[in-house]
Design a protein around this ligand. Structure first.
Ligand code: SRM
Ligand code: SF4
Length: 516
């Protein structure tokens, strides 16, 4: 490694932890950890290095860990989902799974003594959780309807898998990329509607034709953090699909070797681009790649508003449909997971897709099976046509499990939207996102109305509150929303939201039919 590494004495806490022992080293110690139990573990191993294996110590629920998988392009098969359901089932009510804002799954309630068995089961099922936390490349997102969408330009699944395989050494862990300066996000869009939020990734590939040849324009440096949020900027580069993996690797090597490491608040890729300027950064990437980059195509092919994929949709394959189910706030329990796996087997071909809106898609349902699928009891819970407020609700984890959280999010978000849905008639979907703290995992800046958790003083007491963001535009010409109101106590939020929905989104009170 070269460049801007600080001296040993000035390393920040996380750089020290990584310098003392590589995060992936704990892979060889899992049996040992299982024997001694979480309380006897070295704290740095337990609280941080385990995240290199996707295992997160939860200070809110000590002893019950979270496991974050990697599901490239959000694709999972029924037999894999069943393995995950069996794992969380062991923990009863405390075990569940959340669909994440990166098309991924996180399991709850995991105990350290079960890790050897869990890793073996994941391996047998072809699943991995490696390098899904801390200073690693996170789950790589791709179009959730890749290979299904009649209008798609490129099926991103194979490419996303190839990038993951290169970065993680086929899920076994790759020492070349275990010590990035900070977390790193990659997205590949293959459709016209930017269903992956390309603009908020450290590297994003968006479809674009160069001399009528299909490829991708490359955006870099998008990220959210407590101190700064930035939309990705054009690298002025176009690559054909077969050069995507090499380019990801080259950018990662440049970032690994030169990214800023002194201050974790200023370590994401955009800070390096700021410091160097785009031209120097681009030149360093070219040098690492060993060849010049072609300039960006004049325009990209993101021409549509973002779709949410809920409901029944015709596939490009005649006679087949994909069916998008709304999973309120992305929360799944073991019986839901078993049932989803069954539906995918009985009505589709066993495959399921996850979306960044924390929902599920069942692909490959023949025309003749759709009507019967719609009668399934699970579709009462995970509906196809939720109301216009509920359908686009997204929420991060919040204080039920996350110790950064300043407020409770998921349950509150769902309860409030249910009340608003009952009282207001909204003519079109409104994307409402909740995030429990300024880290912005729930992406309030991409929402029509985004709530960011904060603490507020009310009547001499500190209470849970939110700052409100508006103006997030997704799809074509995506833009980040900005903070429009600060410090609203959660208990006073309902009338504020009612006003916003009425004034800006055409909502009106529902007319109740008098009884009798
Ligand atoms: Fe996140 C940290 C949950 C997507 C920005 N995020 C955390 C931690 C790991 C904090 C912790 O250790 O408790 C949260 C785990 C809580 C838990 O128990 O679930 C957490 N982040 C999530 C998830 C689960 C939210 C969700 O409910 O969907 C998402 C998991 C995605 C995945 O599958 O990998 C999640 N986090 C995001 C996103 C959205 C995205 O990627 O599109 C962002 C903003 C985009 C970005 O990263 O640029 C995001 N998370 C953060 C940050 C701020 C990063 C920064 O540069 O400062 C932190 C804090 C940190 O890294 O220091 C963080
Ligand atoms: Fe936790 Fe904050 Fe991320 Fe929500 S936004 S999951 S509260 S770190």
């Amino acid at each position: 490694m070269t460049g801007t590494l600080p001296t040993a004495a000035s390393l920040n806490k996380f750089e020290k932890i990584k310098a003392e022992k590589d995060g992936l080293a704990v892979k060889a110690e899992i049996e040992h950890f299982a024997r001694i139990g979480w309380e006897a573990m070295d704290e740095a191993d337990r609280d941080y290095r385990l995240k290199w294996l996707g295992v997160f110590f939860r200070p809110v629920t000590p002893g019950k860990f979270m496991m974050r998988l990697r599901l490239p392009n959000g694709v999972i098969r029924s037999e894999q989902l069943r393995v995950l359901a069996e794992i969380v089932q062991r923990y009863g009510e405390e075990g569940n799974a959340d669909i994440t804002t990166r098309q991924n799954l996180q399991l709850r309630g995991i105990r350290i003594e079960d890790l050897p068995d869990i890793f073996q089961r994941l391996h047998q099922a072809g699943l991995t959780s490696v390098q899904s936390g801390m200073d690693n490349v996170r789950n790589i997102t791709g179009s959730p309807v890749a290979g299904l969408d009649g209008d798609e330009l490129y099926d991103t699944r194979e490419l996303v898998q190839q990038v993951q395989d290169r970065i993680t050494n086929r899920g076994e862990g790759n020492p070349a990329f275990t010590n990035l300066p900070r977390k790193f996000n990659i997205a590949i869009a293959g459709c016209r509607d930017n269903s992956v939020h390309a603009e908020i990734n450290d590297i994003a590939f968006v479809p674009a034709f160069q001399n009528e040849v299909f490829g991708f324009n490359v955006l870099v440096g998008g990220f959210f953090s407590a101190k700064r949020c930035a939309a990705a900027i054009p690298l002025n580069a176009w690559v054909p699909p077969e050069e995507v993996v090499d380019l990801c690797e080259a950018i990662l090597v440049v970032y690994r070797d030169h990214g800023l490491r002194a201050n974790r608040q200023k370590a994401r890729l955009m800070w390096l681009i700021d410091e160097w300027g785009l031209e120097k950064f681009r030149a360093a990437v070219e040098q690492q790649l060993g060849r010049p980059l072609q300039p960006a195509a004049a325009k990209d092919e993101i021409l549509w508003d973002k779709r949410d994929h809920l409901g029944v949709h015709k596939q490009r394959q005649p006679g087949l449909n994909y069916v998008g189910l709304h999973v309120p706030i992305g929360r799944l329990y073991a019986p839901d997971m078993f049932d989803l796996a069954r539906l995918a087997d009985v009505y589709g071909n066993g495959e399921l897709r996850l979306t960044v809106e924390q929902n599920v898609i069942i692909p490959n349902v023949p025309d003749s099976r759709v009507a019967v699928l719609l009668q399934e009891p699970l579709l009462q819970k995970f509906t196809l046509e939720p109301g216009n407020l509920t359908r686009a609700l997204v929420s991060c984890t919040g204080n039920q499990f996350c110790n950064f959280a300043l407020i409770e999010t998921k349950n509150r978000a769902l309860a409030l939207i249910t009340e608003l849905e009952a009282e207001l008639d909204c003519p079109k979907p409104v994307r409402v996102h909740w995030t429990g703290c300024p880290n912005s995992c729930g992406q309030p800046q991409v929402a029509d109305i985004g709530m960011m958790g904060t603490k507020v003083r009310k009547d001499g007491k500190t209470v849970e509150g939110v700052d409100i963001y508006m103006g997030g535009k997704v799809g074509k010409d995506a833009e980040l929303g900005t903070c429009v109101m600060k410090g609203i106590p959660c208990e006073d939020l309902k009338p504020v939201l009612k006003d916003l929905l009425t004034q800006h989104f055409g909502a009106s009170p529902r007319v109740s039919t008098p009884v009798g």
